[in-house]
Design a protein around this ligand. Structure first.
Ligand SMILES: Cc1cc2nc3c(=O)[nH]c(=O)nc-3n(C[C@H](O)[C@H](O)[C@H](O)COP(=O)(O)OP(=O)(O)OC[C@H]3O[C@@H](n4cnc5c(N)ncnc54)[C@H](O)[C@@H]3O)c2cc1C
Length: 312
């Protein structure tokens, strides 16, 4: 078999409709020579991996990850699209991080749980209604969501992330191997480091949750994503607004607003306008900053209206 034919036989090609990547070659570093011809011909985006390790303990995983050229792998759905040379890739799949546990006061989602597990989780449905399923339902397709993980989605802090936008508005914490348990709102603003995300913890606070996004086409990245949550916090009615895909990573706004359940449309519009105006927006190929601000106001108004209607 010629080098090119052999390379073609063992390489994996993936094409995506949402413009994230047209073509991908995923290969192992030790096969470099075999692939030399193909790389020259195609100039594809390539991740090159030297060693694959499946650690037996979290400690081992953390130690391995301290090397500059090591990377933890979640579902590899995003990472494999990058153009990087990774010496050691660390697979966390043998460490029991793939369960969602209802622990009474909290729901603990292991970092290796897939987006599909989250979409179908009854405990999250009881807590948040259809909001969590709604936040992942547009992400590519079921087969994709069966591989992409919550750990990769939250750790990545992607500017387009539906998942981050939704969980940020909830009473959410992240458990890190070295950094302990901290609020997601704190984690989101931290620079990426070499820690390992072990789980995402959602406190079962009595809150109402809504999630909505706008996409130009089905399965594309969102043009804007908004989450609204409300509940009593320290005896005060508190509203949380999270807006993502601005196109910057999601940000959180907290307001102690007492809004009557029978508030008029005009009143809700005023609140929604005020909330939307407190975020910053940017422009890209999917929309201008002004358009995004307008969409955020519309989505927030709809979500507030829906929550207030439930209270009547
Ligand atoms: C084509 C495409 C379309 C997408 N569309 C959307 C969309 O519309 N909305 C949306 O919200 N998301 C979207 N995503 C993102 C997707 O949902 C996942 O968030 C993404 O693939 C990362 O998850 P993963 O499990 O594949 O992580 P990986 O690709 O394996 O890892 C991503 C990053 O996180 C690190 N990492 C992974 N797990 C851990 C951990 N436990 N601790 C520390 N670091 C870790 C990795 O080292 C890497 O840097 C899209 C992705 C792709 C490829």
């Amino acid at each position: 078999m010629s080098k090119t034919a052999a390379a073609a036989a063992i390489s994996t090609k993936c094409s995506f409709t949402n413009g994230a990547a047209e073509l991908l070659f995923f290969r192992v570093y030790t096969q470099r020579d075999l692939f030399a011809d193909v790389s020259k011909e195609r100039r594809a985006v390539v991740i090159t991996i030297g060693n694959y390790v499946k650690p037996k303990s979290l400690e081992e995983a953390y130690e391995l990850n301290q090397a500059r050229s090591s990377r933890v792998m979640g579902g590899m759905m995003w990472m494999r699209l990058g153009n990087a040379r990774v010496k050691t890739v660390i697979d966390l799949s043998g460490l029991g991080l793939d369960q969602i546990e209802d622990e009474g006061n909290v729901i603990r989602i292991g970092a290796m749980c897939t987006l599909r597990q989250i979409e179908q989780c009854e405990a999250l449905k009881d807590l948040c209604g259809d909001g969590i399923a709604e936040c992942v339902r547009h992400i590519v397709g079921v087969q994709f969501r069966n591989q992409a993980t919550i750990g990769g989605s939250i750790y990545g802090r992607f500017g387009f992330s539906d998942v981050l936008t939704a969980f940020l508005a909830l009473d959410t914490f992240v458990e890190l191997y070295d950094g302990g348990t901290i609020r997601l709102s704190e984690f989101v603003n931290r620079k990426p480091d070499k820690d390992i995300l072990l789980s995402v913890i959602v406190r079962k606070s009595k809150r109402k949750f809504r999630y909505a996004s706008i996409r130009q086409t089905k399965t594309d990245f969102p043009v804007i994503a908004c989450s609204v949550v409300t509940g009593m916090v320290h005896g005060k009615e508190t509203w949380y607004f999270s807006v993502g895909a601005r196109p910057m990573k999601a940000a959180l706004l907290e307001k102690q607003w007492e809004i009557p359940a029978d508030a008029s449309e005009a009143m809700i519009s005023d609140y929604a306008g005020q909330a939307a105006s407190e975020f910053t927006y940017g422009s890209n190929m999917r929309g201008s900053a002004e358009y995004r601000r307008h969409l955020a106001e519309v989505l927030i108004r709809r979500e507030m209206t829906s929550i207030l209607a439930e209270e009547r």
